[in-house]
Ligand binder design. Structure first.
Ligand code: ZN
Ligand code: ZN
Length: 176
């Protein structure tokens, strides 16, 4: 019988044989195989280190997955490059009794959805080049994180209450 599953599949026939059986999955997976579908992830081979263990409720998958990503600082629009590492502890079940569990298809444990969901959820919604990035001048657009290059001299402080409305608007626009 050929498997209809595609992506990162682990055969868990041996693990399922007895409660307490374990299996380690230590691989670097081509991101295309994981179908990440997100251009922010720039790691080609995504490192995965998982420990599978058969329990009474199903197969517990524990471990970490990490990937490099590239994004744009929401304040100054500079490129942000960083790495996310996600701790994973999830359950796979043949017959779903836990609403958070992933389905087991026979002896096949499909890791791609788990890896994809956790990686994409861990990417920052509002990436910053640094936590205290001063952003762009709201008057002229000069990059205040780089004052040597773009000294604008506009008399606007980030704390000036007259600009609070504009800042809020800009943040709303950024959020979209
Ligand atoms: Zn920035
Ligand atoms: Zn300015």
């Amino acid at each position: 019988m050929t498997s209809p599953l595609s992506g990162l599949v682990v055969n868990v026939a041996e693990v399922l044989r007895r409660v307490g059986n374990v299996k380690d999955v230590d691989v670097a997976v081509d991101s295309n195989l994981l179908e990440l579908g997100d251009s922010r992830i720039v790691t080609q081979d995504v490192p995965i280190a998982f420990h599978l263990e058969s329990t009474n409720s199903g197969i517990v998958v524990r471990g970490t997955v990490s990937a490099r990503y590239r994004d744009t600082c929401r304040r100054c629009l500079a490129e942000v490059r960083d790495t996310v590492t996600v701790e994973i502890r999830e359950l796979y079940q043949r017959e779903i009794t836990d609403p958070d569990a992933y389905p087991l298809e026979g002896d096949q444990l499909l890791l791609s959805p788990l890896v994809r969901e956790h990686l994409l959820l861990s990417l920052p919604d509002a990436p910053l080049c640094s936590a205290d990035c001063p952003g762009l001048c709201p008057v002229c657009g000069a990059d205040k994180s780089n004052p040597g290059e773009a000294e604008c001299g506009c008399a606007v402080g980030a704390s000036d209450p007259r600009w609070a409305g504009l800042d809020a608007l800009r943040e709303r626009l950024d959020d979209r």
